[in-house]
Design a protein around this ligand. Sequence first.
Ligand SMILES: [Fe+2]
Length: 609
Amino acid sequence: MIVLGLSPLDKDSHASLVVDGRALFAAGEERFSRVKQQAGFPARAIEAALEFAGVRAADVDAVAYPFLDAEGERAAIERAFTQDAAFEDAFEPPPLEPLLAQALARVPERREPIHGLSEPNFRMRKGAAKEQFYRLAGTGPRASRFAARRIAKDWAARAIADHQHWERELDAGLERLGLRGKLKRSEHHLSHAANAYYASGFERALVVTLDGYGTGLAGSVSLGEGGRLERLHGQRFPHSLGSFYEMVTSSLGFKPDRHAGKIVGLAAYGDPRVLSEVLLSRVDRSQPGEFAIYQNLNVHLSRRLAAEFPVVDVAAAYQHVLERLACGYVGEWMKRTGARHVVLSGGVTANVKMNQRIHELEGVEGLFVYPNMGDGGCGTGLAMHLSWPGRVGATLEHVYLGPGFDEAQMKAAIDEAGLRAERPAEFAAFVARKLHEGVVVARFDGRMEYGPRALGNRSILYHGREPKVNQWLNQRLGRTEFMPFAPVTLWEAASKCYERVGGAAHAAEFMTVTFDCTDFMKRTCPAAVHVDGTARPQLIRREVNPGYYDILKEHEKLSGSPSLINTSFNMHEEPIVCSPRDAVRAFLDGRIDALAMGPFYVTNPNAAR
Ligand SMILES: [Fe+2]
């Protein structure tokens, strides 16, 4: 059965071609349009998918779309807010002012500078008038209820209008392809659960999805067993960990749907004890196996906290509470089901630190996180579900599922830019030597990665000896990051570099979980170790990507380090490069030292150093 999977069109739309439960091709529209998180009908990605598989639109048996129709979503949204209104009336959080006064007294003095902040205890001061408004609308007993209701009403109206808009666009796009009659929709969280469970290869697993919003829910628990999924619980929206984290991301001045990772990085500098109690006082955990967050969409609370407390402590508290709630949720359902393996999907599970905490829960023997965990992976998930052969599947080997390009296309892009290419004989050893000498090398080879991470085929590589690279290379690439670059590490060296990798080794092939670093890692690759002693590695096996693996192996022979820094090959706020032309342009714009493209090695005539 051939299924075309389409992810929600509202942002970061993707297309995938799935045959009998296996994705042959999958890619985001952004990579073709060159607009980050491109919304709308993914016409270019569909065209690339059909072309790759040699399939005509008419051959497609079904089109999978991971939302109900606009009417169904409207009903789900209205039901969710009606239920929430009853909770808001019944739940009485303790008075906030005394808790906030105690929290202020816990703020530590900090002298050590934090890169990216003007001072270590930097606060988001907004002026007396605005701050007074945040106090009223965020925490005033009556005004905050009024503000929260208003925000919920606006949210619902916007979401309902969005679903209607994207329904029209989906229908029109499918009509053009002659596929409108083959559309199959489902409620949203099934699609997250499906991609994670079917790709995990686990026989029996607890399948947990966590996101912002999806068909009246913000999360779910299912039991995956013998290749089948059974829903056990739905975590009701708006009690959403995705929304909870969006509040802090936006209040600290970042884009909520794009920059949550920056908060994870920032959190490591703060003290979660300052504000965690304040946040937890607004969470109802009286029903085991679920939670409810009072006024969860009221952004004025996090704005007030960001103005009055150091941003690092605000980030740390939100991260800590996120981890507590997620671990409590997963832990309870593990207990109820006796499951020892956990699989995760949904936008919230992009939080690598939260995933580490879940992996460390007592009794977890295996962890798998779907590599394209956000909504970009949902079309693939539902397409897998619709065409699944009904047994336990093989585990996902790799996500090199995008387009690939041949030598002639690479050479043409190099020539067009007037660049000179070498063709070294022992390519991996040659590139490794350059890296060891301190050259920044952008690697372009093979099929493009599916999902948010660059995993070697569209990556920038550097040795990990020098922590300062996190400043100068990010600056050159036009990025602000509070988390260091991620390392790529030889599979065989996992336990030499990281503590307690255990059952999360496969998840770490996709950079989806952090680990505590060993002393060896801290000594040999300090640039990839965060201030809290963790790193989020990509573990690489030779059979998955021999060209990439061999560079690391040769580099290890020269340096003794089985790791390199791996960051995505793109310029500031641009999507990761897709074609050889994109690669050459980003290479020149970023003044990256060298480009290793297929068998070609190009030195940048205008390298920054
Ligand atoms: Fe989702």
